[in-house]
Ligand binder design. Structure first.
Ligand code: BTN
Length: 334
């Protein structure tokens, strides 16, 4: 694709590169170079052309395209080696789930710029406006027994925190079980879905869906969501490159996925415990099926990343995601 080769040469070069030099290096006609530059401009690349000097890349778009994400992506063992990017999907999880039955490899990553029917936990919707967030699903085929899989969603939370820290210099907290939060508000939602083999009950594949709020202003959220949600733009006060963050996220997911496969989750568990904003605090426990709310101290995280709580009479018990929702004493997170 001459478009991508022209782009790579322009990225390498800080100064102008003449049309003649481009055509010599790429073995393309001057007309083909001009067509490639024109196509890049239509995709949002700001390319300056000066007569006698040639072309210079002034700025790349904040686009969740494979080209832009790969520009920032280092080598990963599994996640994102097969990377599929779309301007719009109903839900990246839906597409990833439909790939389960195909030959799509372990670690296939689906990324969309916008979702028209983004899904959250407990049949909620996930607001996914165009050009604002990162909507990503990873198709995993870990080949592990079901008892090794409960930590997956928590590990995805750790990966999000690490990626945000690398790119933005601030580390979100984690509201148990897996909501990355900043300033006490939700920054990201994670939805893991499993497909089982009908006959054996074995796990065929997992889809881990992650939606990060990056560039939303308060007006981009509905009034109810605005109360509890934030974006990186709101929390740190400046725009963040979505392709850079998407690449960091793929790398961090690759790291935690390797840990899941080896079974050595000690580092991830320690990171989770450091990040968890509920530990050492009083939490409100809201039973999933309704029923009376309780308060308890959040005292630990077990090896399956379930929450250990201590009631007012001193007895300890473990609560699992799906059984209860947790809220802070004063707000959504703390
Ligand atoms: C939640 O907080 O309830 C989970 C939200 C998960 C949203 C992500 S966005 C990418 C993927 N596709 C979806 O439809 N949902 C997940």
């Amino acid at each position: 694709m001459s478009r991508n080769t022209v782009l790579s040469l322009l990225r390498e070069q800080e100064d102008f590169l003449s049309g003649q030099e481009l055509s010599r290096r790429l073995g393309l006609s001057r007309a083909a170079i001009w067509k490639a530059v024109d196509a890049l401009r239509r995709d949002g690349y700001d390319i300056e052309a000066r007569s006698g000097l040639g072309y210079r890349l002034r700025a790349a778009p904040d686009a969740l395209t494979e080209t832009e994400i790969r520009n920032f992506l280092g080598k990963t063992a599994v996640i994102g080696r097969d990377l599929r990017c779309y301007p719009e999907l109903d839900s990246t999880n839906n597409l990833a789930k439909s790939l389960t039955q195909t030959s799509a490899p372990d670690g296939t990553a689906i990324i969309a710029d916008c979702q028209t029917a983004g899904r959250g936990r407990m049949s909620r919707s996930f607001q996914s406006p165009k050009g604002k967030g990162i909507y990503l699903s990873a198709l995993l085929r870990p080949g592990l027994p079901p008892n090794r899989l409960p930590p997956v969603t928590a590990l995805a939370g750790v990966a999000v925190c690490a990626a945000v820290e690398r790119v933005c210099g601030v580390r979100p907290g984690l509201k148990w079980p897996n909501d990355p939060v900043l300033d006490g508000k939700k920054l990201c939602g994670i939805l893991t879905e499993m497909s089982l083999e009908a006959e054996s009950g074995h796990v065929q594949a997992l889809v881990v869906g992650i939606g990060v709020n990056v560039l939303q202003t308060p007006e981009d959220f509905s009034p109810e969501v605005r109360e509890v949600a934030t974006s990186l733009l709101q929390a740190i006060g400046k725009p963040v490159s979505r392709p850079r963050l998407a690449a960091a996220l793929l790398e961090e997911l690759d790291r935690v996925y390797a840990a899941l496969r080896t079974g050595d989750l000690r580092d991830c568990h320690a990171a989770y415990c450091r990040d968890c904003v509920n530990l050492g605090r009083t939490v409100r426990l809201l039973p999933a099926g309704g029923g009376p709310e309780e308060t308890a101290e959040a005292v630990g995280i077990d090896e399956e990343f379930a929450l250990i709580v201590q009631g007012p009479n001193g007895t300890r018990r473990t609560v699992r995601s799906g059984e209860v929702s947790v809220r802070g004493l004063w707000g959504y997170a703390e």
